[in-house]
Design a protein around this ligand. Structure first.
Ligand code: HEM
Length: 510
């Protein structure tokens, strides 16, 4: 036992001015009490720290639940108002998007889903939030070394500048040029599947992990698009260099992995933690070491090699732009990585979901089979992108999959910036520093936008005269909306049409 009080300089060594603790001087009393009963000064400091931490945490919790909090008037479960830990837990369980939907069903169109976060299910706010002059990206991408990739760029002017090479490379006219690369990759996938079926013991009933092969395909295709090749996963039949495993682990923390997509993917550690910690802290702890660095180095090598061969082989090099507007090799590498990550997660998960829905709805499957056989008879390769874009049932099936399982179900997280003052969105008052998301999954599953919203009904996309109350196309935004709309929407649609058509033409699924 000792009566010596630990010196208050313990706090100053942490860079805190002791005067700032004066308002909390009552917190020092447990510290003093502890020091009289515990002989070791390190234990004293620890206990004081714990007491201090618990007091501050309790105060924060009380404030978050109090009527004085700026978001107090918005309804939501008490647990959500206190911390985002619950969201991380549900993200890990894989049901966060369904949970948000159930919260909207219970509380209405605006729900407080975090201490400073709102989820919105109101399609009339898509334009004010995501359109020109809407809200900037939230801070989830901060903390990474080097210049931010396109998806992380929060400054609207810089974003517009960085977006130029993407717009040029993936306009609907330019996308036609990629038909050859796409056809080569789909042909290779079909060949690999045929080989596996021939090698299998039961040729008529071969078991193939389509999710895995669609991922190999997407990675090879985007690698070809962004870097002119280099991954060759279909050729190897596995992830030889561990790139896919690395991406799967989610260490790169990709937007598409932010939420769980049933039944196709599972959430990554980074996705789960992103609900609790700012990514800056996350990346300081785990982001820029080991695997991600190896992956970046690999992409760097690919870019440098292609630049040596001539920028033409790199669609994102912006070689047709004036010198001053051309992205640096670092930007080209970052954009290329983004393209690969996007390609890997997005199209393959939507394609797997489309197969899932077709197999669960035999009538829809039969009708698609008939359309495929009628449009491309006698095993004609389905290369004609104009014909593909006119296949009504195929496009209905793709739209319906994107509606039921949007690849980014949680939508894009936006934020009213610090110092920007309160924003009015329709008749909603959004205080400064509020983060919000337009919850795509809930909007797509809202009865006010789509009749029988839980059913897979490709036919809803065929009728042109359906009333807005039953079929509200303005509430369908799986590729997001406005200046940050998916940069590869045209390409992704073409890829999905060609692949589904080709696979259905060559194989029969049970
Ligand atoms: C079915 C396929 C796809 C869907 C449903 C989809 C959906 C989306 C969505 C919802 C966003 C907005 C994300 C946000 O704001 O946080 C987005 C952005 C983006 N996507 Fe896609 N995507 C798909 C395929 C792809 C592919 C294959 C690529 C690239 C290879 C790609 C590249 C991008 C990029 C670069 C952005 C950022 C755009 C910007 O900030 O200006 N996407 N995508």
């Amino acid at each position: 036992m000792t009566g010596t009080r630990p010196p208050i300089t313990v706090f100053t060594t942490w860079g805190l001015d002791p005067s700032c603790l004066l308002p909390f001087s009552f917190l020092l009393s447990p510290h003093s009490l502890i020091s009289y009963h515990v002989p070791w000064s390190s234990a004293t400091v620890l206990l004081a720290f714990l007491a201090y931490g618990s007091a501050v945490t309790s105060l924060a919790l009380i404030y978050r639940l109090s009527p004085f909090h700026p978001l107090a008037k918005y309804p939501g479960p008490a647990i959500a108002k206190t911390s985002r830990l619950w969201a991380a837990y549900h993200c890990a369980k894989g049901d966060l998007h369904r949970l948000y939907k159930s919260l909207h069903d219970r509380y209405g169109d605006v729900v407080r889903v975090g201490p400073n976060e709102l989820s919105i299910r109101n399609s009339s706010l898509i334009h004010p939030i995501l359109g020109q002059g809407g809200l900037p990206e939230g801070p989830r991408w901060e903390g990474r070394k080097g210049p931010p990739a396109l998806v992380a760029q929060r400054d609207p002017l810089l974003h517009m500048h960085q977006r130029k090479p993407w717009n040029r490379a993936f306009s609907s006219a330019a996308v036609k040029e990629y038909e050859i690369i796409m056809a080569k990759q789909v042909r290779q996938l079909v060949g690999c599947l045929e080989d596996m079926i021939h090698r299998s013991d039961q040729e008529a009933n071969a078991l193939i992990d389509m999710t895995e092969w669609l991922n190999f395909f997407s990675t090879d295709f985007m690698g070809d698009m962004a870097f002119g090749g280099g991954f060759e996963m279909m050729k190897a039949g596995r992830d030889v260099d561990g790139h896919w495993t690395l991406l799967e682990s989610g260490v790169l923390c990709v937007p598409m992995r932010m939420q769980f997509v049933y039944p196709v993917t599972c959430p990554s550690t980074a996705a789960i933690l992103s609900h609790v910690l700012y990514t800056s802290l996350l990346f300081t702890i785990m982001g820029e070491r080991g695997g991600p660095v190896r992956f970046q180095e690999f992409c760097n090598e690919l870019v440098l090699e292609r630049l040596r061969m001539g920028a033409k082989s790199l669609p994102l090099s912006g070689e047709e732009l004036p010198e001053s507007e051309r992205p640096s090799p670092i930007d080209v590498t970052k954009d290329g990585q983004l393209a690969i990550v996007g390609g890997l997660n997005m199209t393959s998960s939507v394609l797997t979901a489309a197969l899932y829905y077709l197999l669960s709805n035999p009538d829809a499957y039969k009708r698609l089979q008939a359309e495929v056989d009628g449009t491309f008879p006698s095993r004609e390769e389905p290369l004609d992108v104009t014909k593909l874009s006119q296949m009504k049932w195929l496009n209905g099936c793709i739209n319906e999959t994107l509606r039921l399982q949007p690849a980014v179900p949680g939508g894009s997280r936006r934020r009213v910036g610090k110092g920007k003052g309160t924003r009015m969105l329709g008749n909603l008052v959004i205080p400064e520093e509020t983060q919000l998301c337009l919850h795509t999954y809930s909007i797509h599953h809202d009865l006010r936008n789509f009749h029988t919203p839980e059913a897979f009904l490709p036919e809803r996309w065929l009728s042109t005269g359906a009333p807005v109350g039953e079929h509200n196309t303005a509430a369908f935004f799986p590729f997001s909306y406005g200046p940050t709309i998916c940069a590869e929407k045209n390409l992704a649609l073409m890829e999905m049409r060609m692949l589904l058509c080709w696979v259905l033409q060559r194989f029969r699924f049970p």
